[in-house]
Design a protein around this ligand. Structure first.
Ligand code: CO
Length: 501
């Protein structure tokens, strides 16, 4: 019986990988003429996956095995528990509801694409109202203990509750916002990098650095796409993308670091757990911790800029002479009261997220109507960041998430920042992280993450894992302390910024 269970799980995983391959091609290589046939192909596969996942025979099998779980190993129990979790949610959603929702989601996406450049919130409002309504209905169908928004969070951060996350992330945002005037004041002489860096050489730079991290051509590809992403095509086949700005090599490089962080997580699962929950990410927050710690805490460190400078000396001999390692470090760490989340720096990024979380929570508790969303957005931006968007495309309409029916995802990004800092503070007790990064040796850090995070698969819930690693509950202290030491006290050493000594 257990063998049948595993065969079916692995088949479902193969179906997901095939969908990922079609999705990757769609964003990287597919000509525009492929659009409608690709949509149909992806819809068909999504249908087959859902059918297999909700097959009464599989449900019955999982139920039986779950009742006998004490007979099985710990790993088997984790795989059963996590599969049961996904099935329990899927079976509460009637097929016609799932169909209707996916139709409105794709209408929402199309409408947003055409309305955003025109700054037309009225054009998206009716579909956005419908999407909020459908997601509230989904929350009712799957059920929740405390708050309907918890049913949304549960998709991305299993078992997370807004009653826990809201005070934690709100405190983070308030403490970060308070530091902003002082941080900005200290950075008057920081300059952006803005001169010619041929894309062919940027590609070579990215390839070298990704390989040093452990993302080798043997197990992955790097391509270009409009929006950078990582996708898993198979247990030993990760695809990452970036986009190039010929005047600033840092833009493509930081996307590479971010996406390589995601890829190293998925490459770090144990081979014997391929295609089953023990070989899958715990939550999007933990996933984002792996990408954001590599992009920000490592990538924007003084030690990384020393290592980067040595690479630049070889690849851009003429250009590099005008930037010292210190100037590179400054260019990577400019903090601004910005309007756009995806361009935000390490300090303000979490504030952008908290604003979205507060609005999502208000939409789901019924305290905010979609009609009032643009005003509520602007008020929160004024309150936390001291800026007001001049247009909805730079305000409430900037992100695609809500317009394609995705609610509850945003907190994962800010949780990722907290998880990452709390993890690295522990890693710094075993490794001199700064010295190894300075020398271009990423193996000790990646090895630590593999052992403590990646290989754990879905054994623990995210909030349990961080407690196992650090001995403490998740809190904002490690992250906010790191930001304070790096940006206000001017601590340039990575380990001292993390640990405060
Ligand atoms: Co990411």
């Amino acid at each position: 019986m257990l063998t049948t269970f595993y065969t079916q799980l692995k088949d479902l995983h193969k179906l997901n990988c095939i969908q990922a391959l079609l999705g990757w091609d769609q964003q990287v290589y597919m000509p525009p003429g492929g659009r409608s046939s690709r949509t149909e192909q992806l819809e068909m596969l999504a249908g087959i996956s859902h059918e297999r996942l909700t097959d009464p025979k599989l449900i019955e099998l999982v139920e039986k095995l779950w009742n006998d779980r004490n007979k099985f190993s710990e790993t088997d129990q984790v795989n059963l528990r996590e599969t049961k979790r996904v099935i329990d949610r899927a079976k509460k959603l009637p097929a016609d509801f799932v169909m209707e929702k996916s139709v409105v989601e794709s209408q929402g996406f199309q409408t947003w694409c055409s309305a955003k450049p025109k700054n037309d919130f009225e054009a998206v409002r009716p579909i956005l109202e419908k999407l909020v309504e459908l997601n509230k209905k989904e929350a009712d169908l799957v059920g929740f203990d405390e708050h309907p928004y918890d049913a949304m969070l549960d998709i991305f951060e299993p078992a997370a509750k807004i009653s826990v996350i809201k005070p934690l992330l709100s405190r983070t945002a308030v403490r970060l916002a308070k530091m902003l005037p002082q941080i900005i004041d200290r950075q008057k002489e920081f300059k952006k990098i803005n001169r010619d860096f041929p894309v062919a050489k940027q590609i070579e730079l990215n390839r070298r650095i990704a390989t040093a991290i452990g993302f080798s051509p043997e197990n992955g590809r790097i391509d270009a796409s409009a929006h950078p992403f990582m996708t898993n095509i198979g247990p030993r086949d990760m695809r990452i993308t970036t986009r190039y700005d010929a005047l600033n090599y840092l833009s493509s490089l930081f996307s590479i670091l971010h996406e390589a962080g995601h890829a190293m997580y998925e490459l770090g699962f144990k081979p014997e757990h391929a295609g089953v929950p023990m070989g899958q990410a715990i939550s999007m927050g933990i996933h984002e911790s792996q990408s954001r710690l590599l992009e920000n805490i490592i990538g924007r460190s003084r030690e990384f800029s020393e290592y980067l400078y040595k690479q630049l000396e070889e690849l851009f001999p003429a250009e590099h002479q005008r930037s010292s390692p210190k100037e590179i470090w400054q260019a990577c760490n400019i903090v601004q009261r910005s309007l756009i989340r995806v361009e935000a720096d390490e300090v303000t990024y979490s504030i952008h997220i908290v604003i979205r979380m507060l609005l999502e929570e208000a939409l789901f508790s019924g305290n905010l109507a979609v009609n009032d969303l643009p005003n509520a957005w602007n008020e929160l931006y004024q309150e936390y960041l001291g800026v007001t968007p001049p247009s909805v495309s730079e305000g409430v309409m900037q992100d695609v998430h809500w317009h394609q029916g995705s609610f509850g995802y945003f907190p994962s990004y800010a949780l990722g920042n907290l998880y990452g800092a709390q993890m690295l503070k522990m890693a710094a007790k075993e490794i001199d992280i700064g010295a190894t990064i300075n020398a271009g040796d990423f193996a000790p850090l990646v090895g630590w993450l593999r052992k403590n995070v990646h290989e754990q698969g879905k054994r623990y819930a995210a909030l349990e894992l961080i407690k196992v690693i650090s001995g403490e509950d998740l809190s904002e202290e490690a992250f906010v302390g790191y930001i304070e030491r790096k940006f206000i006290k001017g601590e340039e050493g990575l380990d001292r910024a993390l640990c405060g000594q």
